[in-house]
Design a protein around this ligand. Structure first.
Ligand code: ADP
Ligand code: NA
Length: 333
Protein backbone atom coordinates (compact mmCIF):
# COMPACT_ATOMS: atom_id res chain seq x y z
CA UNK A 1 0.00 0.00 0.00
CA UNK A 2 1.05 3.58 -0.70
CA UNK A 3 0.88 6.50 1.71
CA UNK A 4 -0.79 8.68 -0.92
CA UNK A 5 -3.05 8.14 -3.88
CA UNK A 6 -3.04 10.39 -6.92
CA UNK A 7 -5.97 10.75 -9.31
CA UNK A 8 -6.21 13.03 -12.34
CA UNK A 9 -7.83 13.13 -15.76
CA UNK A 10 -7.98 14.78 -19.16
CA UNK A 11 -11.05 15.42 -21.27
CA UNK A 12 -11.04 14.01 -24.80
CA UNK A 13 -12.34 17.06 -26.61
CA UNK A 14 -10.15 18.11 -29.51
CA UNK A 15 -6.40 17.75 -29.82
CA UNK A 16 -4.12 17.86 -26.78
CA UNK A 17 -2.00 20.95 -26.29
CA UNK A 18 1.35 21.82 -24.81
CA UNK A 19 -0.68 23.15 -21.84
CA UNK A 20 -2.03 19.66 -21.17
CA UNK A 21 1.46 18.23 -21.54
CA UNK A 22 3.26 20.67 -19.22
CA UNK A 23 0.40 21.34 -16.81
CA UNK A 24 -0.68 17.73 -16.49
CA UNK A 25 0.85 14.74 -18.26
CA UNK A 26 4.54 15.50 -17.73
CA UNK A 27 3.98 15.94 -14.01
CA UNK A 28 1.90 12.78 -13.75
CA UNK A 29 4.85 10.81 -15.05
CA UNK A 30 6.99 12.27 -12.23
CA UNK A 31 4.39 11.22 -9.67
CA UNK A 32 4.23 7.73 -11.13
CA UNK A 33 8.01 7.48 -10.62
CA UNK A 34 7.68 8.67 -7.00
CA UNK A 35 7.36 5.62 -4.71
CA UNK A 36 5.17 7.51 -2.22
CA UNK A 37 2.33 7.78 -4.74
CA UNK A 38 -0.04 5.24 -6.19
CA UNK A 39 -1.23 6.79 -9.46
CA UNK A 40 -4.59 6.57 -11.22
CA UNK A 41 -5.18 8.43 -14.50
CA UNK A 42 -8.41 8.69 -16.40
CA UNK A 43 -9.63 9.80 -19.81
CA UNK A 44 -12.68 11.69 -18.58
CA UNK A 45 -14.82 11.05 -21.61
CA UNK A 46 -18.09 11.77 -19.81
CA UNK A 47 -16.87 15.30 -19.14
CA UNK A 48 -16.28 15.86 -22.85
CA UNK A 49 -19.99 15.55 -23.72
CA UNK A 50 -20.93 18.52 -21.55
CA UNK A 51 -20.52 20.31 -24.87
CA UNK A 52 -21.47 18.74 -28.20
CA UNK A 53 -19.06 16.05 -29.44
CA UNK A 54 -19.44 14.37 -32.77
CA UNK A 55 -19.41 10.62 -31.92
CA UNK A 56 -16.58 9.74 -34.31
CA UNK A 57 -14.51 12.66 -33.00
CA UNK A 58 -15.11 11.54 -29.42
CA UNK A 59 -13.90 8.02 -30.23
CA UNK A 60 -10.76 9.39 -31.83
CA UNK A 61 -10.05 11.99 -29.16
CA UNK A 62 -10.46 9.37 -26.42
CA UNK A 63 -7.79 7.21 -28.01
CA UNK A 64 -5.60 10.27 -28.59
CA UNK A 65 -5.60 11.14 -24.89
CA UNK A 66 -4.77 7.55 -23.95
CA UNK A 67 -2.00 7.47 -26.57
CA UNK A 68 -0.60 10.79 -25.30
CA UNK A 69 -0.38 9.51 -21.75
CA UNK A 70 1.24 6.22 -22.73
CA UNK A 71 3.63 7.87 -25.19
CA UNK A 72 4.65 10.40 -22.52
CA UNK A 73 5.61 7.65 -20.09
CA UNK A 74 2.47 6.70 -18.15
CA UNK A 75 2.99 2.97 -17.74
CA UNK A 76 -0.36 1.12 -17.78
CA UNK A 77 1.14 -1.50 -15.46
CA UNK A 78 2.50 0.82 -12.79
CA UNK A 79 -0.35 3.34 -13.00
CA UNK A 80 -4.03 2.54 -13.43
CA UNK A 81 -5.06 4.08 -16.77
CA UNK A 82 -8.65 3.84 -18.03
CA UNK A 83 -11.67 5.50 -19.63
CA UNK A 84 -14.19 7.01 -17.23
CA UNK A 85 -17.27 5.63 -19.03
CA UNK A 86 -16.04 2.06 -18.48
CA UNK A 87 -16.28 2.35 -14.70
CA UNK A 88 -19.94 2.98 -13.81
CA UNK A 89 -19.05 3.94 -10.24
CA UNK A 90 -18.17 7.44 -11.54
CA UNK A 91 -21.69 8.17 -12.80
CA UNK A 92 -23.33 6.56 -9.77
CA UNK A 93 -21.23 8.40 -7.19
CA UNK A 94 -21.64 11.53 -9.32
CA UNK A 95 -25.38 11.41 -8.72
CA UNK A 96 -25.00 10.81 -4.99
CA UNK A 97 -22.63 13.76 -4.70
CA UNK A 98 -24.90 15.98 -6.82
CA UNK A 99 -27.35 15.59 -3.97
CA UNK A 100 -24.70 16.75 -1.50
CA UNK A 101 -23.36 19.71 -3.51
CA UNK A 102 -25.28 22.98 -3.21
CA UNK A 103 -26.47 25.06 -6.15
CA UNK A 104 -24.85 28.13 -4.60
CA UNK A 105 -21.45 26.39 -4.74
CA UNK A 106 -21.88 25.54 -8.40
CA UNK A 107 -22.85 29.15 -9.12
CA UNK A 108 -19.39 30.24 -7.98
CA UNK A 109 -17.48 28.08 -10.48
CA UNK A 110 -15.59 30.50 -12.71
CA UNK A 111 -14.93 27.89 -15.41
CA UNK A 112 -18.68 27.52 -15.96
CA UNK A 113 -19.01 31.27 -16.34
CA UNK A 114 -16.11 31.31 -18.82
CA UNK A 115 -17.46 28.41 -20.86
CA UNK A 116 -21.12 29.39 -20.81
CA UNK A 117 -20.49 33.08 -21.36
CA UNK A 118 -23.77 34.96 -21.74
CA UNK A 119 -25.47 31.81 -22.91
CA UNK A 120 -26.24 30.28 -19.50
CA UNK A 121 -29.79 29.25 -20.48
CA UNK A 122 -28.75 27.29 -23.55
CA UNK A 123 -25.81 25.24 -22.29
CA UNK A 124 -26.29 21.65 -21.09
CA UNK A 125 -27.22 20.87 -17.52
CA UNK A 126 -24.14 18.64 -17.54
CA UNK A 127 -21.82 21.61 -18.14
CA UNK A 128 -23.19 23.18 -14.97
CA UNK A 129 -23.17 19.99 -12.89
CA UNK A 130 -19.88 18.53 -14.11
CA UNK A 131 -17.79 19.64 -11.08
CA UNK A 132 -19.90 17.22 -9.00
CA UNK A 133 -18.96 14.41 -11.40
CA UNK A 134 -15.34 15.50 -11.09
CA UNK A 135 -15.66 15.27 -7.31
CA UNK A 136 -16.94 11.71 -7.77
CA UNK A 137 -14.01 10.87 -10.06
CA UNK A 138 -11.62 11.86 -7.29
CA UNK A 139 -13.54 10.58 -4.26
CA UNK A 140 -14.41 7.20 -5.82
CA UNK A 141 -10.73 6.38 -5.25
CA UNK A 142 -10.30 8.22 -1.96
CA UNK A 143 -7.57 10.13 -3.79
CA UNK A 144 -5.41 12.25 -1.51
CA UNK A 145 -3.70 14.31 -4.22
CA UNK A 146 -4.91 15.72 -7.52
CA UNK A 147 -2.24 17.23 -9.76
CA UNK A 148 -3.89 19.88 -11.95
CA UNK A 149 -3.19 23.12 -13.76
CA UNK A 150 -4.21 26.43 -12.14
CA UNK A 151 -7.52 26.41 -14.01
CA UNK A 152 -8.77 23.36 -12.08
CA UNK A 153 -7.91 24.51 -8.55
CA UNK A 154 -11.43 25.72 -7.80
CA UNK A 155 -12.94 22.37 -8.77
CA UNK A 156 -10.63 20.50 -6.40
CA UNK A 157 -11.62 22.91 -3.64
CA UNK A 158 -15.26 22.16 -4.42
CA UNK A 159 -14.45 18.46 -4.09
CA UNK A 160 -13.21 19.13 -0.56
CA UNK A 161 -16.40 21.05 0.27
CA UNK A 162 -18.52 18.16 -0.98
CA UNK A 163 -16.43 15.61 0.95
CA UNK A 164 -16.64 17.70 4.13
CA UNK A 165 -20.41 18.15 3.85
CA UNK A 166 -20.92 14.42 3.24
CA UNK A 167 -18.75 13.52 6.24
CA UNK A 168 -20.56 16.08 8.40
CA UNK A 169 -24.12 15.26 7.31
CA UNK A 170 -23.69 11.51 7.77
CA UNK A 171 -21.45 11.77 10.83
CA UNK A 172 -18.59 9.82 9.28
CA UNK A 173 -14.94 10.35 8.51
CA UNK A 174 -15.14 8.65 5.14
CA UNK A 175 -14.01 10.89 2.28
CA UNK A 176 -10.52 12.42 2.46
CA UNK A 177 -9.76 16.12 2.13
CA UNK A 178 -8.06 15.91 -1.24
CA UNK A 179 -5.19 18.31 -1.94
CA UNK A 180 -4.71 19.97 -5.30
CA UNK A 181 -1.06 19.78 -6.35
CA UNK A 182 -0.09 22.76 -8.48
CA UNK A 183 3.67 22.95 -8.75
CA UNK A 184 6.07 23.99 -11.43
CA UNK A 185 6.69 26.88 -13.79
CA UNK A 186 4.08 25.96 -16.43
CA UNK A 187 0.86 25.37 -14.51
CA UNK A 188 -0.90 28.00 -16.60
CA UNK A 189 0.30 27.94 -20.17
CA UNK A 190 -1.20 30.87 -22.04
CA UNK A 191 -2.51 31.36 -25.55
CA UNK A 192 0.35 32.26 -27.95
CA UNK A 193 -1.64 35.08 -29.58
CA UNK A 194 -3.26 36.52 -26.43
CA UNK A 195 -1.40 36.28 -23.14
CA UNK A 196 -4.57 36.94 -21.13
CA UNK A 197 -6.19 33.63 -22.16
CA UNK A 198 -5.08 30.12 -21.32
CA UNK A 199 -3.91 27.82 -24.08
CA UNK A 200 -6.77 25.42 -24.68
CA UNK A 201 -7.83 22.65 -27.01
CA UNK A 202 -10.50 24.74 -28.65
CA UNK A 203 -10.15 28.31 -29.82
CA UNK A 204 -10.41 30.52 -32.83
CA UNK A 205 -7.09 29.77 -34.49
CA UNK A 206 -4.64 26.89 -34.45
CA UNK A 207 -1.82 29.48 -34.17
CA UNK A 208 -2.92 30.08 -30.55
CA UNK A 209 -1.69 26.73 -29.35
CA UNK A 210 0.96 24.07 -29.78
CA UNK A 211 -0.70 20.69 -30.30
CA UNK A 212 1.10 17.62 -29.03
CA UNK A 213 0.78 16.18 -32.56
CA UNK A 214 2.19 19.25 -34.36
CA UNK A 215 5.24 18.52 -36.51
CA UNK A 216 8.58 20.29 -36.10
CA UNK A 217 7.94 22.93 -38.79
CA UNK A 218 4.55 23.81 -37.36
CA UNK A 219 5.98 24.15 -33.85
CA UNK A 220 8.75 26.45 -35.10
CA UNK A 221 6.32 28.54 -37.11
CA UNK A 222 3.93 28.94 -34.18
CA UNK A 223 6.65 30.08 -31.78
CA UNK A 224 8.07 32.42 -34.41
CA UNK A 225 4.63 34.03 -34.85
CA UNK A 226 3.85 34.03 -31.11
CA UNK A 227 2.98 37.48 -29.89
CA UNK A 228 5.74 39.20 -27.89
CA UNK A 229 6.94 42.70 -27.15
CA UNK A 230 10.00 44.53 -28.53
CA UNK A 231 12.05 44.32 -25.33
CA UNK A 232 14.89 41.88 -24.76
CA UNK A 233 14.55 39.27 -22.00
CA UNK A 234 15.26 40.64 -18.52
CA UNK A 235 17.61 38.88 -16.13
CA UNK A 236 15.08 38.83 -13.25
CA UNK A 237 11.44 37.66 -13.08
CA UNK A 238 10.34 41.14 -11.92
CA UNK A 239 11.11 42.31 -15.42
CA UNK A 240 8.30 40.08 -16.73
CA UNK A 241 5.60 41.32 -14.37
CA UNK A 242 3.75 43.40 -16.96
CA UNK A 243 4.71 41.26 -19.94
CA UNK A 244 2.33 38.26 -20.02
CA UNK A 245 3.32 36.99 -23.47
CA UNK A 246 7.04 37.17 -22.69
CA UNK A 247 6.53 35.54 -19.32
CA UNK A 248 4.53 32.75 -20.91
CA UNK A 249 7.32 31.84 -23.32
CA UNK A 250 9.87 31.84 -20.50
CA UNK A 251 7.59 29.62 -18.39
CA UNK A 252 7.11 27.22 -21.30
CA UNK A 253 10.87 26.99 -21.78
CA UNK A 254 11.28 26.32 -18.05
CA UNK A 255 8.58 23.62 -18.06
CA UNK A 256 10.12 21.86 -21.05
CA UNK A 257 13.66 22.08 -19.72
CA UNK A 258 12.77 21.10 -16.15
CA UNK A 259 14.29 24.39 -14.93
CA UNK A 260 12.87 27.28 -12.91
CA UNK A 261 11.82 30.35 -14.91
CA UNK A 262 14.47 32.36 -13.05
CA UNK A 263 17.15 29.91 -14.21
CA UNK A 264 15.97 30.40 -17.81
CA UNK A 265 16.45 34.16 -17.41
CA UNK A 266 19.88 33.48 -15.88
CA UNK A 267 20.77 31.88 -19.18
CA UNK A 268 18.89 34.14 -21.62
CA UNK A 269 18.70 37.51 -19.80
CA UNK A 270 19.65 40.21 -22.33
CA UNK A 271 18.87 38.01 -25.34
CA UNK A 272 16.34 39.15 -27.93
CA UNK A 273 13.45 37.14 -29.37
CA UNK A 274 15.50 36.33 -32.46
CA UNK A 275 17.67 34.20 -30.17
CA UNK A 276 15.13 32.96 -27.66
CA UNK A 277 12.28 31.88 -29.92
CA UNK A 278 14.37 29.50 -32.06
CA UNK A 279 15.93 28.03 -28.90
CA UNK A 280 12.46 27.52 -27.46
CA UNK A 281 11.19 25.93 -30.67
CA UNK A 282 14.17 23.58 -30.79
CA UNK A 283 13.64 22.51 -27.19
CA UNK A 284 9.90 21.93 -27.77
CA UNK A 285 10.59 19.82 -30.84
CA UNK A 286 13.25 17.83 -29.02
CA UNK A 287 10.80 17.08 -26.20
CA UNK A 288 7.62 16.54 -28.21
CA UNK A 289 8.87 14.71 -31.31
CA UNK A 290 9.52 11.35 -29.61
CA UNK A 291 6.16 11.61 -27.84
CA UNK A 292 4.20 12.46 -30.97
CA UNK A 293 5.97 9.72 -32.97
CA UNK A 294 4.90 7.14 -30.40
CA UNK A 295 1.39 8.63 -30.28
CA UNK A 296 1.07 8.18 -34.05
CA UNK A 297 2.27 4.60 -33.80
CA UNK A 298 -0.30 3.84 -31.10
CA UNK A 299 -3.10 5.60 -32.97
CA UNK A 300 -2.41 3.25 -35.87
CA UNK A 301 -2.92 0.34 -33.46
CA UNK A 302 -6.25 1.24 -31.83
CA UNK A 303 -6.81 -2.34 -30.69
CA UNK A 304 -3.66 -2.12 -28.62
CA UNK A 305 -4.92 1.05 -26.92
CA UNK A 306 -8.40 -0.39 -26.35
CA UNK A 307 -7.02 -3.57 -24.78
CA UNK A 308 -4.79 -1.63 -22.37
CA UNK A 309 -7.67 0.64 -21.40
CA UNK A 310 -10.06 -2.29 -20.85
CA UNK A 311 -7.57 -3.88 -18.46
CA UNK A 312 -7.14 -0.53 -16.70
CA UNK A 313 -10.91 -0.22 -16.25
CA UNK A 314 -11.04 -3.57 -14.43
CA UNK A 315 -8.32 -2.45 -12.05
CA UNK A 316 -10.01 0.93 -11.50
CA UNK A 317 -13.39 -0.69 -10.82
CA UNK A 318 -11.79 -2.98 -8.23
CA UNK A 319 -10.77 0.14 -6.26
CA UNK A 320 -13.90 2.25 -6.84
CA UNK A 321 -16.67 -0.32 -6.35
CA UNK A 322 -16.10 -1.02 -2.64
CA UNK A 323 -15.94 2.74 -1.98
CA UNK A 324 -19.21 3.27 -3.87
CA UNK A 325 -20.84 0.37 -2.01
CA UNK A 326 -19.79 1.86 1.32
CA UNK A 327 -21.13 5.27 0.27
CA UNK A 328 -24.54 3.72 -0.50
CA UNK A 329 -24.49 1.90 2.83
CA UNK A 330 -23.64 5.07 4.80
CA UNK A 331 -26.54 6.86 3.08
CA UNK A 332 -28.98 4.13 4.06
CA UNK A 333 -29.52 2.33 0.78
P1 ADP B 1 -8.56 21.61 -21.60
O1 ADP B 1 -8.70 22.78 -20.70
O2 ADP B 1 -7.41 21.69 -22.56
O3 ADP B 1 -9.85 21.13 -22.21
P2 ADP B 1 -8.77 19.59 -19.56
O4 ADP B 1 -9.89 20.36 -18.93
O5 ADP B 1 -9.04 18.23 -20.05
O6 ADP B 1 -8.09 20.42 -20.69
O7 ADP B 1 -7.57 19.57 -18.55
C1 ADP B 1 -6.68 18.50 -18.41
C2 ADP B 1 -5.52 18.91 -17.53
O8 ADP B 1 -4.68 19.80 -18.25
C3 ADP B 1 -5.95 19.66 -16.26
O9 ADP B 1 -5.09 19.27 -15.20
C4 ADP B 1 -5.71 21.08 -16.62
O10 ADP B 1 -5.47 21.88 -15.48
C5 ADP B 1 -4.48 20.98 -17.51
N1 ADP B 1 -4.41 22.11 -18.42
C6 ADP B 1 -5.26 22.38 -19.44
N2 ADP B 1 -4.89 23.51 -20.08
C7 ADP B 1 -3.77 23.95 -19.44
C8 ADP B 1 -2.91 25.08 -19.63
N3 ADP B 1 -3.13 25.96 -20.60
N4 ADP B 1 -1.86 25.22 -18.79
C9 ADP B 1 -1.63 24.32 -17.79
N5 ADP B 1 -2.40 23.25 -17.57
C10 ADP B 1 -3.46 23.06 -18.38
NA1 NA C 1 4.37 5.92 -7.99
Amino acid sequence: TFPSRVFSGIKPSGGLTLGNYLGAIQRWVDMQEDPTFETIFCVVDMHAITVWQDPADLTRATREVAAAMIASGIDPERSILFNQCRVPAHAELGWLLSCVARVGWMNRMTQFKDKAGKNTEKVSLGLYAYPALMAADILAYHATHVPVGEDQKQHVELTRDIAAKFNHDYGVDFFPMTEPVIEGPAMRVMNLRDGSKKMSKSGESDMERINMLDDADTISKKFKKARTDPEALPSEMDGLAERPEARNLVNIYAGLAGMSSQAVLGEYGGAGWGTFKPALAELAVEKLAPVSDEMRRLLNAPDEIDALMARGAERAAAVAEPILAETFRIMGF
